[in-house]
Design a protein around this ligand. Structure first.
Ligand code: PXL
Length: 271
């Protein structure tokens, strides 16, 4: 099995590829990467970060991959450097995803009620079209609200609206009283949620920890609902570890400590 992760490299701050890659590798299959950009840190909570857009390298990278006859069973896209990269991702999915392959779109562009620096409504509009070609989409609750242009409706309405975009939505960072986790629809369009006790504060990179561990689970054929439980629990443990270690949340989640737990859970439930 061959997996492609398309996301940025934030050198410091533990998000995107630096988190998604090591976790996805726990699935035990080949993981390739396509960096969309390189930043000295992520953009949430740091000033003066560097940012290099790698769009111009895509054409040559993809031409080389074509010459190697590469194709993918799973493609996952995340943080994009600009609106134009959305078309490039569509092209990659069309040309490199196997016929029965899975495409997961993380519409990484907002959190905590706000768009990230550099994103606007035009980007959201384009992102809807990318989401609509995905097998699964994994927005956090803020991204789900922007994608649906709905800032008030309850979770069931948001999930059904996202499903109309022709994809299977999993909404992360969904909060219910003092619980937080992931919500999705079952085959009968009933909301299923996988929640843990929330910790005060906003923890950067939690979506990437969820996604990386979810990838490892599905690559090992852990049943879907169990994969969501494991990835949600592991994200929650990583948040609690960060809180315990008292590191600044902008430096990312302490996801490393609980990797043995994640591996143990995957081995227990793999099929
Ligand atoms: O994890 C989200 C993310 C990814 N990549 C970059 C970011 C952010 C959130 O701020 O700035 C560059």
């Amino acid at each position: 099995m061959r997996i492609l992760l398309i996301n940025d490299i934030s050198c410091v701050g533990k998000c995107s590829l630096t988190v998604e890659f090591p976790l996805a590798c726990l699935g035990g299959e080949t993981v390739d990467i396509l960096p969309t950009s390189i930043l000295s840190t992520h953009t949430g909570g740091f000033k003066g970060y560097t940012f290099r857009d790698l769009s111009d390298d895509f054409e040559n990278i993809l031409a080389h991959w074509k010459s190697l006859n590469l194709s993918y069973d799973l493609i996952v896209s995340g943080y994009l450097a600009n609106k134009k990269q959305i078309d490039l991702i569509k092209k990659i999915v069309k040309e490199f995803l196997k016929e029965d392959g899975i495409y997961i779109c993380d519409p990484s562009c907002a959190d905590n009620g706000k768009l990230y620096v550099g994103f606007d409504d035009e980007f959201i509009k384009e992102m809807r079209s990318l989401v609509s070609i995905s097998t699964y989409t994994v927005p956090n609750i803020t991204e789900a609200r922007y994608l649906c242009d709905d800032f008030t409706s309850p979770i069931d309405v948001l999930l059904k609206k996202l499903k109309k975009l022709n994809t299977n939505p999993l909404i992360t960072s969904y909060q219910e009283k003092d619980l937080i986790g992931t919500a999705y629809l079952d085959d009968n369009d009933q909301v299923i949620s996988s929640l843990s006790q929330s910790v005060d504060g906003s923890f950067h990179g939690a979506g990437d920890v969820f996604l990386g561990s979810f990838i490892a689970c599905i690559v090992k054929h852990v049943p879907f609902s169990k994969a969501i439980d494991i990835a949600s629990n592991y994200s929650s443990l990583s948040v609690k570890e960060t809180f315990k270690e008292k590191t600044e949340p902008r430096f990312g989640l302490a996801f490393e400590k609980n990797i043995p737990y994640l591996v143990e859970q995957i081995e227990k439930y793999r099929q």
